[in-house]
Design a protein around this ligand. Sequence first.
Ligand code: NAP
Ligand code: GLV
Length: 322
Amino acid sequence: MKRTVYITRKLPEEIVDKLSSRFNVKMWSEEDVPVPREVLLREIEEVDGLICLLTEKIDEEVLNKARQLKVISNVAVGYNNIDVQAANEKGMVVTNTPSVLTETTADLTFALLMAAARRVVEGSDYLRSGEWGAWSLMQMTGQDIFGATIGIIGLGRIGEALVKRAKGFDMNVLYYNRTRKPEKEVELGIHYRDMKDLLQQSDFVCLLLPYSPEVHHLIGKEELSFMKRNAILVNTARGGLVDEEALYHALKTREIWGAGLDVFEQEPVPIDHPLLSLPNVVTLPHIGSASLKTRMRMAELAADNMVSVLTGNEAITPVLIK
Ligand code: NAP
Ligand code: GLV
């Protein structure tokens, strides 16, 4: 008998066709809108596989409704939207999409860093508003990138890809990671620091670690107070890593110089969010991995994981929690 797969959000047609050739496939909607919670809770009951995005919270309530679910395939590398432990305890495999998005997300991280440092968005807005009267020496002056010190918190796949970009700009690279990586220090020419030293010594602090409740508000009032006054915080990991109220205050009072944010605690970030009122913040709508090729590869890998598990094979990229 054909297995049943539920897809919570519109995926590219060729991916849906590929899945449909093997499984009974049901997709929430042809419109690209999130599945309502009550629909997900109902649909999950009878399916063998679930393909979801990071916008769906797959918690115990959802898992408890599932009568025959074997695999949850997340179309993202981050999996903090899924209670992986609870799923594993029920014998379900959880998969994600690592590696295929690494370089694209590192590109966007560096783009945010550059945009915040050189006031790219602010400068563009200034010009378009008609305020640009005449060229002047100290107008729109920003921070240098070449030769500066970058501190990367979370030296995994994307963190390492960011190092390569930073090295191209002659940056001094510091890192902090849960596990120290001495071989990477030699290979990449980077230096380990504990969190406090990294925050005190870096001109740019980039967050690239996964979110979990243990690292909720990892960057708060105290951590921001350790940072240099010319420092720029870049977050392309998850919004929950940063205490946004403390960040707003630090930016408003110029305790730190700027920020580049691709992610927020609440997404979509409310339009009246205080951070959006600050000129020294560059904001993006969670588009770290959003190149055409990469989003396609992510969808393909999510589908391939589904096929693999539902045909009795190992998952290609299972989430293994430490
Ligand atoms: P990864 O290869 O698993 O790297 C994560 C790194 O963070 C690992 O080196 C890990 O250390 C380290 N880490 C974990 N917990 C830590 C902690 N408490 N303190 C310090 N370091 C810690 O993951 P990745 O592929 O680079 O992705 C990283 C994150 O980026 C994802 O989880 C996701 O949230 C985010 N992301 C965002 C976008 C976007 O669109 N903005 C796109 C892709 C990814 P160990 O070596 O000890 O495990
Ligand atoms: C995006 O945020 C991802 O985790 O892939």
